[in-house]
Design a protein around this ligand. Structure first.
Ligand SMILES: *Cc1c(COP(=O)(O)O)cnc(C)c1O
Length: 327
């Protein structure tokens, strides 16, 4: 929803008249191949259209390649399109990769394009002294979103959007329905700055958490998740029965065990009520994807997960195998 708000503001900034007359200009939008599927939904909702989203290739670590972004923008300009919005991801869905925001901002500033940072998954690293460097350049974006209901563990939903020019919220979301708004000041009137009048209640979940544990408490939550991730990474790197597919500075740990088919294994672990873990794909590989997002877990829980999995594979010779792949 926050990403959708950002795209609506970007559209209205490039083509203000479209609020009254509907879309008339050939707007185009950019995001990486590894970004969240809400991007393609949102381009269709905003009337920009799914054919007008350009998927930029990611590098071997799943990060958008800025040079390819600029190439595509130049191509579109030459063909008469209007580059409108670039979505950078802070924590891609599968690998948990961070797009290089600073380098992308150099391009969006040069071509005057709205830059949004989708930090739904991992934007909360902003609360960590140790990991906020992963968001370097985010202050140059026009909008930034993160979900407190992901890394920070509030109840669903608690999706936050920050903008660097509040006027753009009013420009896109105020309908001037004066009869509804009877207070003098507008500062806390979310009906004029968001899709939903009821969105203000979502802030309470984050506000109460912050009040109760402080900024230091938020930092500890984030750091703990990376500690658990690093513990899992070490475990995998020190055990040759595992193949690792993910990278440092991510709370998504992607791996296979003894070349067992990951889809088959995850399904069986679930059906036999051993544990619930998901799988994902990047390029040609499919793998198990362990996400250390629960800061209430401890290293013993991570160890226990691996032991359960290994023990289950030992006891279940019928599991399918994949071809061994070296990376
Ligand atoms: C989860 C996620 C979303 C969607 O957020 P919801 O609030 O759950 O709809 C968008 N982008 C990314 C990168 C995500 O991880």
């Amino acid at each position: 929803m926050s990403n959708y708000m950002a795209l609506v503001m970007a559209r209205d900034a490039k083509d203000p008249i479209c609020r009254l007359e509907g879309m008339s200009k050939p707007l185009v939008v950019y995001t990486s191949k590894e970004s969240h599927y809400s991007n393609s939904k949102n381009v269709s909702f905003t009337g920009i259209g799914r054919n007008n989203i350009r998927y930029i290739k990611a590098d071997y670590k799943g990060r958008m390649i800025p040079e390819l972004l600029e190439e595509q923008i130049i191509k579109d300009l030459n063909e008469g399109f209007i580059p409108t919005y670039v979505n950078a991801t802070a924590g891609t869905t599968v690998l948990g990769a961070f797009d290089p925001i600073d380098k992308i901002a150099d391009i969006t500033e040069k071509y005057k394009i709205w830059l949004h940072v989708d930090g739904a998954y991992c934007g909360s690293v902003i609360f960590s002294e140790k990991y906020k460097h992963l968001l370097k350049g985010v202050e140059r974006s026009n909008s930034f979103s993160y979900n407190a209901h992901k890394m920070l563990g509030t109840p669903l939903t608690c999706s936050i959007i920050l903008v660097n020019n509040k006027k753009q919220l009013y420009d896109s979301f105020s309908n001037d329905a004066d009869y509804l708004y009877q207070t003098d000041g507008d500062d806390f009137n979310l009906g004029k700055t968001s899709f939903q009048c009821g969105r203000r209640n979502d802030a309470l979940k984050f506000w109460t958490l912050w009040k109760s544990i402080g900024a230091n408490g938020l930092r500890k939550i984030v750091d703990k998740q990376f500690d658990l991730a690093n513990f899992a990474l070490d475990y995998i790197r020190n055990n040759s029965d595992y193949t690792l597919y993910s990278f440092d500075d991510s709370i998504s740990i992607c791996f296979n065990y003894k070349n067992v088919d990951p889809t088959d294994l995850c399904t069986a672990l679930y059906e036999y009520q051993i544990t619930v873990v998901g799988f994902g794909s990047f390029e040609d590989n499919t793998f198990i994807r362990l996400v250390t997002i629960n800061a209430n877990n401890n290293k013993e829980d991570i160890l226990n997960f691996f032991e359960l999995l290994e023990d289950f594979v030992e006891r279940t010779p019928s599991l399918k195998k994949i071809k061994a792949i070296s990376i």
